[in-house]
Design a protein around this ligand. Structure first.
Ligand code: HXC
Length: 516
């Protein structure tokens, strides 16, 4: 072959690899961001990335687009290996037309998403874009429509992770919203539907872009974002860590990582004293979890949103588990609207991807309050019951302390399909707390009594002696065993080993109707 042809190919490719060119790359770096390709170099195992459609470019002729020198498209797409497993990606290239999404740009993204579905491999979308390409009008909208449609088709088949590494505004924000996990980079990542200017025009409210679409807004208040990263490198490292807990698709099991060093399932006597004697005293449920899982390695999700419940991934003897746990340190671990939403979504993710669910219970009940009732706690709390009941993966529940009322059921009691339910001796299982119960049961006696306080104290003590322990529930068969806290790790591991073979068939239907 004419060697000039080889030279020409090399030259064209080199030019395309530079995206928007040196100046724009420098601008990108000056803005604290890596380029689309640099991000992928960190994401993938060395030399494993296979790029697709490098040469593709727009065919728009409006607004002098045909005259603009535009090398390739504003997105790098392809597949590579992460810890030896294939993962597809679309990494928006802000140096080319601001990473804006037009017809060709979207087609590149559609193609990798279709490929991810074909081979059953996860999809990682790195967002850094000005949104729909304005010059391409309805073609740009259609392009986004195709992305959303595929996000939904992929949902529950392969894990989807979005990184918000730059702007992601307007309708574009709905692609990350349709994926399983969102990682937002502090400062550089911006995520909102309508920007500060529009909000000011429409409602008169004044807010900065950082306040509106930054990590604090989404990690603490909206709950849209699952992880905050300080920079691109950290976001990529988080993506890799997250993927290590997940199977490539819904037909596989998560990868097995035998624990280094702690193969023996030693008892941890410190667990026997971790729950304070005073039932009103708080403790950090994270201390319980970290003493039980492999290498104390717990990847907490949505750490700052609804912190009265903890969710996250860990491993037991090398196998992934999803952990759901009340956090007595915050609002006494009560279930409210946001914590119900947070946990239910996670339970459904674990179920879709064959990850057993381990639930730690210390819950005083559902949150009372007008705002909770008006906000629909009935609808949101019901999601917990729905998600647990519908989940067919192995489900193991440990009652650590309080398990009161409907919240006892909503934290996966045996009636909600828990395969094993264990209680620590500190467990208290009852319809409601002692004071409330005595007030209802003995209102008349207390009214008529000459010494109502004395009587109330005695009745509360009696109620507690009857119900503030796990023995009645165990006698009725609602608990499989009352265990020493120190043995929890070995008992959980043993149960999960047996439950690996669990098969549960449900009636065929299109889908259930979770109360959204
Ligand atoms: C076409 C765009 C673009 C867009 C940015 N660019 N966004 N081109 N369509 N949506 C171009 C700019 O013209 C510029 O090109 C280059 O990208 C870099 O942009 P800058 O503005 O110089 O960068 P910066 O100052 O960092 O500002 C970034 C930005 C701003 C905040 C994202 O570009 C911006 O506000 N863009 C418009 C955002 C927007 O309104 N998008 C549409 C949203 S509606 P040159 O050649 O001049 O360097 C939407 C609907 C989706 O997305 C609906 C889907 C359902």
């Amino acid at each position: 072959m004419d060697k000039n042809k080889i030279e020409q190919l090399r030259k064209i490719k080199q030019r395309l690899y530079l995206g928007g060119g040196i100046d724009r790359i420098e601008k990108q770096h000056a803005a604290g961001k890596l380029t689309a390709r640099e991000r992928l170099a960190f994401l993938y195992d060395e030399d494993s990335f296979q790029e697709s459609n490098l040469f593709m470019r727009h065919r728009c002729s409006h607004f002098d687009m045909h005259e603009k020198e535009m090398p390739g498209e504003g997105v790098v797409t392809g597949v590579g290996m992460i810890s030896g497993r294939p993962v597809y990606t679309a990494s928006q290239d802000f140096t080319v037309a601001g990473g804006s999404v037009g017809e060709a740009n979207a087609q590149k993204i559609h193609q990798v998403m279709d490929d991810a579905l074909k081979t059953g491999d996860p999809f990682v979308f790195i967002n850094d874009s000005g949104g729909a390409r304005i010059q391409e009008g309805v073609d740009a909208l259609s392009g986004y429509g195709g992305i959303f449609y595929r996000n939904v088709k992929l949902s529950g088949v392969v894990p989807q992770i979005s990184i918000i590494a730059g702007p992601c505004a307007g309708g574009a924000a709905y692609s990350p919203a349709l994926t399983d996990f969102i990682i937002q980079v502090r400062h550089e990542g911006q995520l909102f539907i309508t920007g500060p200017n529009v909000i000011k025009q429409v409602t008169g409210e004044v807010i900065s872009a950082e306040q509106l679409g930054g990590v604090d807004s989404h990690a603490y208040y909206s709950g849209v974002v699952h992880f905050v990263a300080e920079n691109d490198r950290e976001a990529i490292a988080l993506t890799q860590r997250l993927l290590s807990f997940l199977p490539s698709n819904n037909l596989e099991d998560p990868p097995y990582y035998p624990p280094a060093g702690d193969y023996q399932i030693a008892d941890d006597p410190s667990l026997n004293t971790i729950v304070p004697d005073d039932p009103k005293k708080a403790y950090d449920m994270r201390d319980v979890i970290s003493r039980i899982v492999d290498s104390s390695d717990f990847l907490e999700i949505q750490e700052h949103f609804a912190p009265n419940i903890l969710i996250g991934f860990a491993r037991l003897l090398g196998r992934s588990i999803g952990v759901v746990a009340n956090q007595p340190k915050v609002k006494a671990g009560v279930l409210d609207i946001d914590s119900s939403d947070k946990a239910s979504r996670f339970i459904r993710f674990c179920n879709a991807f064959n990850i057993p669910i381990v639930t730690f219970v210390d819950v005083p009940g559902f949150m009372p309050g007008v705002d909770q009732e008006f906000g629909g706690i009935i609808r949101h709390g019901a999601k917990m019951l729905f998600a647990y009941s519908a989940a067919t993966v192995p489900k193991i529940t440990i009652i650590v302390r309080k398990a009161y009322g409907g919240a006892f059921l909503a934290m996966c009691s045996k009636d909600m399909g828990a395969d094993r339910l264990y209680a620590w001796p500190s467990a208290e299982i009852a319809v409601m707390g002692a004071e409330g119960a005595v007030n209802v049961l003995y209102r008349k006696d207390l009214q008529d009594s000459d010494a109502p306080d004395e009587l109330r104290n005695r009745l509360v003590r009696e109620y507690k002696e009857t119900f503030a322990n796990p023995y009645i529930a165990a006698a009725r068969g609602y608990i499989d065993d009352i265990i020493e806290p120190a043995e929890t790790r070995s008992i959980l591991s043993g149960s999960l080993e047996i439950l690996k073979a669990k098969r549960e068939l449900r009636p065929q239907k299109k889908h259930g109707l979770i109360p959204l």
